[in-house]
Write a protein that binds this ligand. Structure first.
Ligand code: ZN
Length: 207
């Protein structure tokens, strides 16, 4: 306790986090190795932040394989937990991810195109098969659009009379993994919102 009181005596400036809460850093004596950090130090052991980062890097370099093994082990154990936190992070950092992936895409455009060109040359049968499937899907989509137009009034009525807390759901998904459902009255049903979210793009049978 004494140490803490001494550490944050008058005149010491604690660094605030982005949300305004005090972080575990403060400005203290300027380190002669890291003058650019103007004395940013850790609350715990009062070490210079720059020196701390260097030590951390060194430790990681030495214990690389052990850390990787432990990380993998933890990941396998906490797969679901990690998926949840990852999703939350992605939602929070949507803009950042978009910006980063755009930069990455621009940087590796030529490389990717070259790789794809070579892959296509050596996988002609696969290319042909995909083209055929796309053709079939396009044909089906056009048929579906025609049908949807025919039943437009019924469909709009189904949407209009959807009870609160429910969503209109396609029994066979429009873009399922193996099947493409139709946007027609007999492929529509009311589903509680939560359940609909859970179902997402899968068929009811496989849930
Ligand atoms: Zn330092």
């Amino acid at each position: 306790m004494n140490g803490i009181r001494r550490r944050f005596r008058k005149g010491i400036v604690r660094i605030l986090n982005s949300d305004g809460q005090p972080s575990n850093h403060y400005f203290g004596k300027i380190c002669h190795k890291h003058p650019e950090l103007i004395g940013k130090r850790l609350e715990g052991n009062r070490a210079c932040y720059g020196c701390f980062l260097e030590a951390k890097k060194k430790y990681r370099e030495i214990n690389k394989t052990e850390i990787a093994r432990k990380f993998k082990q933890w990941n396998e154990k906490n797969r679901e937990k990690r998926a949840v936190s990852q999703k939350i992070w992605q939602q929070k950092n949507n803009e950042y991810i978009k910006r980063k992936s755009k930069i990455y895409y621009e940087k590796n455009k030529a490389k990717k195109a070259e790789y794809l060109r070579i892959w296509r040359l050596s996988n002609k049968d696969k290319v042909l098969a995909t083209a055929t499937t796309h053709k079939i899907i396009r044909k089906r989509l056009i048929c579906g659009q025609k049908l949807a137009r025919t039943f437009a009034r019924e469909i709009s009525e189904i949407y209009r009379f959807c009870p609160t807390g429910f969503e209109v759901d396609h029994i066979i998904p429009l873009r399922g993994k193996d099947v493409n459902g139709l946007h027609v009255p007999w492929n529509l049903q009311y589903l509680p919102t939560l359940e609909n979210r859970r179902k997402h793009n899968r068929c009811m049978e496989s849930v």
